[in-house]
Write a protein that binds this ligand. Structure first.
Ligand code: NDP
Length: 289
């Protein structure tokens, strides 16, 4: 049996095209484009690449984009002041602080992220958005898990009534993934490092999401035949070699569909950020109407 390979690019293109249309509608209706501000503190090279990609995607879609670069030695208060300023800025509808923060202020990460107005919290990390998602209200949702669910929907993969198993319980991926799949009426199990007999659980999964951060951790003997495998992991095993949390070559022979790494889920994250910026503006405008 040969698995369907779920190519991230294909889905990212659909999501971005949809966002582009909505940007035009918003411009027409309100005379202004959605705006995203990305704050980057320090010179982490990987973060600089991510921020550049976000800026580029905004430009492609007609979203106003502001990159706020702050020096490595920025204090917590300086950063909070900048967030306050952007919270008040009428042309900015989405704000995100690129992580990781420099070591000197990383212990204040929660306080810093929680300062972002929840209506502009396009990363979906603010407790208000986390809470809304968990009680099933409309919220800004973290981009990576939202992208995974979108990909399942765009692939016409049924979620309702399915056994979904998530390996990983982080606030960024595992936990929001749980809430999103539950909302779609899956029966969801969340596993983590203390889970006993992991393979017994993963073998029950119709949909298996791996968000662990360990290269090729999920092997063929851990998956059910015909299952759908979503690999969120990004692990650099050599300077130019990325692999996922799933042993792709082995597992693809047994399952029904699988995301590759690179080229899978990773490509959806920025596309979903664009969708979130549009959604943030729509929500803000609706509450002002
Ligand atoms: P975290 O390190 O925050 O969480 C990892 C989770 O895996 C934890 O819940 C941990 O359990 C669990 N885990 C670790 N070891 C085991 C084990 N042996 N058995 C079962 N569970 C285990 O990672 P993230 O959620 O932030 O990221 C996960 C992966 O996804 C990483 O590779 C990251 O690079 C990637 N990622 C990709 C994104 C994208 O855009 N595609 C975006 C975000 C992340 P415990 O809680 O008990 O410690």
């Amino acid at each position: 049996m040969s698995a369907k390979i779920l190519q991230g690019k294909e889905f990212a293109t659909i999501i971005k095209e949809n966002a582009r249309k909505k940007v035009l509608e918003l411009k027409e209706k309100y005379g202004t484009a959605p705006g995203l501000a990305v704050i980057i503190v320090g010179n982490n090279p990987a973060s600089e690449v991510y921020v550049r990609n976000k800026h580029k995607s905004c430009e492609e879609l007609g979203i106003y984009s502001e990159v706020v670069s702050m020096p490595e030695n920025t204090s917590k208060d300086e950063l909070l002041n900048k967030i306050d300023e952007l919270n008040d800025a009428k042309n900015i509808h989405g704000i995100l602080v690129q992580l990781p923060l420099p070591e000197s202020i990383s212990k204040h990460e929660s306080e810093i992220l929680n300062r972002i107005n929840p209506k502009k919290d396009v990363d979906g990390f603010h407790p208000t958005n986390v809470g809304k998602l968990s009680i099933g209200e409309d919220a800004l949702v973290p981009c990576t898990p939202a992208g995974c669910v979108k990909m399942l929907e765009l692939s016409n993969i049924d979620i309702e009534g399915k056994n979904a198993v998530i390996i990983g319980r982080s606030n960024i991926v595992g936990k929001p993934m749980f809430n999103l799949l539950l909302k779609k009426n899956a029966t969801v199990t969340v596993c983590h490092s203390k889970t006993k007999n992991l393979a017994d659980i993963t073998k029950q999964a119709d949909i298996l999401v791996a968000a662990i951060g360990k290269p090729k951790f999920v092997t063929a003997d851990m998956v059910k035949e015909g299952a759908v495998i979503i690999d969120v992991g990004i692990n650099r095993i050599a300077p130019k070699k990325l692999v996922g949390d799933v042993d792709f070559d082995e597992v693809k022979e047994k399952v029904g569909a699988i995301t590759p790494v690179p080229g899978g889920v990773g490509l959806l994250t920025v596309a979903m950020l664009m969708e979130n910026v549009v959604k943030a503006m729509e929500m803000q405008m609706k509450s002002e109407d």
